[in-house]
Design a protein around this ligand. Structure first.
Ligand code: SF4
Length: 329
């Protein structure tokens, strides 16, 4: 806000209140003095720094590619559950350092962290699509818990009653298992939801697919989740991306069930979405059915997510790479 050179604090509030409503064009902010509107319009293109350079839609999923002034590009997605509930899937970083083998974003490496403002802007831009967004998930590009301060600042801004008023309970942070971040979140005692991308409950396999497991193996992760849950009394989601022929066996289901023991967790099965440059295959229908049957027999609560937006690469683990090269224009 300082960059705008506003004279009074209430003028910043006016700009923010407009942004909350999706109004980012200064000339439309009629509660600001006319001269100020004209100056701001002349000096700045808009109240948001990011510019939508691409918009793709499929199955009521909308994906935006947003370019920031330094040329870095991120993607964010608006998801719909078909019953009028809209969720913003936000990115926390340009690229990601974690290098999970099944994830397209992981192939980019980390370019940089997004600022809190750049995270909030994604919400503003997705809100401009025209529907009221009630839920937020940090499941876009990046590992949210390695950009902890900025993600937290953004969450506070999105939560504030005089800003966007999104309840903490409707905000989900997804992590690949960054234990220090989970512990920090536990200490802060903010009632956001937590989703952990588990993918395997076998240390050797998980370490092969997810480098984070070499630093924070399963027992450490489980200890951190147990502490989080004791503190928050909130159900966790364990994301389990089904990789054809890799983690869909009866043994894998048993290991998953054993990891779940003692946790109040809902397993979210996500059949892997094809990414041409990655060496995995989606699970067959039979593998999915058999895995579900095993989980049922082990009394594990689960849901299965048939990812929406596959055709626009807006599904889980599919954001990015094409934005690695900075597009101009
Ligand atoms: S799954 Fe998440 S943490 Fe892992 S590489 Fe992809 S974006 Fe990063």
């Amino acid at each position: 806000m300082e960059i705008l050179g506003l004279e009074k604090p209430f003028q910043s509030r006016i700009v923010m209140q407009n942004a909350v409503k999706g109004i980012t064009d200064f000339s439309a902010m009629t509660s600001l003095p006319k001269a100020m509107r004209e100056r701001l319009s002349a000096e700045f293109r808009s109240a948001v720094t990011g510019r939508v350079i691409r918009k793709e839609e499929s199955d009521s999923t909308v994906k935006l590619a947003v370019r920031f002034p330094d040329g870095d590009i991120i993607e964010c997605v608006r998801l719909s559950d078909g019953s009028g509930r809209y969720t913003a899937c936000l990115s926390s970083q340009v690229g990601c350092a974690m290098g999970c083998a099944f994830c397209k974003t992981g192939t980019m490496g980390l370019v940089r962290n997004l600022s809190a403002g750049e995270i909030v802007e994604q919400f503003v831009l997705l809100s401009q699509l025209g529907e009221r967004i009630s839920h937020i998930v940090f499941m876009g590009m990046g590992e949210a818990l390695t950009n902890f301060t900025n993600v937290l600042d953004a969450i506070m801004e999105l939560h504030r009653e005089d800003r966007f008023g999104i309840s903490f309970r409707k905000i989900t942070i997804s992590t690949c298992g960054v234990v220090p971040g989970i512990r920090k979140l536990t200490e802060l005692d903010i009632p956001v939801r937590l989703a952990v991308s588990l993918v395997s409950a076998d240390d050797a396999l998980r370490s092969r697919i997810m480098r984070v497991n070499r630093a924070y193996p399963l027992q450490e992760l489980k200890n951190a989740l147990t502490a989080f849950q004791h503190h928050q009394e909130r159900r966790l989601t364990l994301e389990y991306c089904l990789l054809g022929g890799v983690n869909t066996s009866k043994e894998s289901a048993e290991e998953l069930a054993s990891f779940c023991r003692g946790l109040d967790a809902l397993v979210n099965l996500i059949p892997w979405n094809p990414v041409p440059e990655l060496d995995f295959t989606p699970p067959s229908e039979k593998e999915i059915r058999d895995f579900e049957r095993e989980l049922k027999s082990l009394h594990i609560s689960y849901t299965i997510r048939r990812s929406k937006g596959q055709s626009i690469s807006g599904a889980c683990g599919q954001l990015a790479t094409e934005t690695k090269r900075k597009e101009k224009g």
